[in-house]
Design a protein around this ligand. Structure first.
Ligand SMILES: [Zn+2]
Ligand SMILES: [Zn+2]
Length: 313
């Protein structure tokens, strides 16, 4: 059992929440909030991959899943993917079942391999009827385009992104703090602390808001202050908890967080629900259960990200 009450984990700022945990974890679990109605309604937000750095496989990783970061959001107007880790495979399989492909927008947090490795095998790239819009950091317009075209080309992959038959647009994210309409969803972004930079995203529905922060080390910095405000009062915060607190002490500056930082942030920014993600490749299902138990002692509305977890209306 992981000791969350003493030893290296306990921080003085933490106080136990007076109420018992009321949420349960599990596949197909639905969250309590609604994503909105009417035009631009967001039908379904799915966590496709919750693992960080590398995929994991084996019997100890089956419940939370071993695929790396990818989220999907389907709206009346299209299909949005956040990152292209190996988790995108299940989204690809779903899209293949459809007679008509929706417009697909692909937004990247950054270009480390665990967020990119699913792209070369993504079926719609090679479908002449697919319409894909790639979006990246406006502060690195040449770099993110070059990253994509380099990765999906020789010698890393036999096909070439530029000559694949789908219709593709490469577009910088708007350089504004205001939400931007993508496939009917209102989306904004914020830079966070991570090597080679990384973006967090906020999805704002008419009735609820989700922030995705897959790779983020919350430090005493201007970026962290900005992220705190970015997350203020959101309904759901999906947060990087790759390390245990004792591991984090040895890896400061590596750009990842831990569950205690997630809990602290959730409390300070007043979020409704915290979902911990970017699980370390060696973290077994049982260990993730133990981390969840620890986090819920301080912030009951915590869940662990799990493959195929659905947040929907
Ligand atoms: Zn990552
Ligand atoms: Zn990264």
């Amino acid at each position: 059992m992981h000791d969350c009450t003493g030893g290296g984990c306990f921080l003085p700022w933490m106080t136990r929440h007076p109420h018992p945990a009321s949420l349960t974890n599990g596949r197909e679990q639905r969250t309590m909030f609604r994503l909105g109605k009417g035009k631009g309604r967001m039908h379904k937000f799915v966590i496709r991959g919750a693992r960080g750095s590398m995929p994991a496989c084996g019997r100890d990783f089956q419940r939370y899943g071993g695929n790396t970061t990818c989220f999907s959001l389907e709206t009346d107007e299209g299909f949005i993917l956040f990152d292209m880790g190996t988790g995108v495979v299940s989204a690809d399989a779903e899209l293949q079942q459809r007679e008509t492909l929706p417009p697909i927008a692909i937004l990247f947090t950054h270009f480390h391999l665990d967020h990119l490795i699913g792209l070369p095998r993504f079926g719609p790239l090679y479908n002449p009827n697919a319409r894909l819009t790639f979006m990246g950091d406006p502060n690195r317009p040449d770099q993110w385009r070059r990253n994509l075209s380099t990765f999906v080309s020789s010698p890393y992959w036999p096909a070439d992104l530029g000559t694949s038959v789908s219709a593709k647009i490469f577009e910088d994210l708007p350089d504004t703090v205001s939400p931007y309409d993508i496939c009917g969803a209102k989306i904004s972004w914020c830079p966070v602390f991570h090597p080679q930079s990384c973006l967090a995203y906020k999805i704002q529905g008419p009735e609820s808001t989700i922030v995705i922060a897959t790779d983020h080390e919350h430090r005493d910095s201007r970026l962290s202050e900005r992220f705190l405000e970015f997350s203020r009062d959101v309904d759901v915060l999906i947060y990087d908890a790759m390390y245990l607190p004792e591991e984090y002490n040895l890896r400061k500056g590596w750009g990842h967080g831990n569950w205690q930082q997630g809990v602290q942030l959730a409390m300070e920014s007043g979020v409704g629900e915290l979902i911990l993600t970017h699980h370390d490749i060696h973290r077994t299902d049982n260990q993730l259960d133990e981390i969840l138990e620890c986090a819920r002692e301080f912030f009951p509305s915590t869940r662990m990200a799990m493959e195929n977890m659905v947040l929907s209306t």
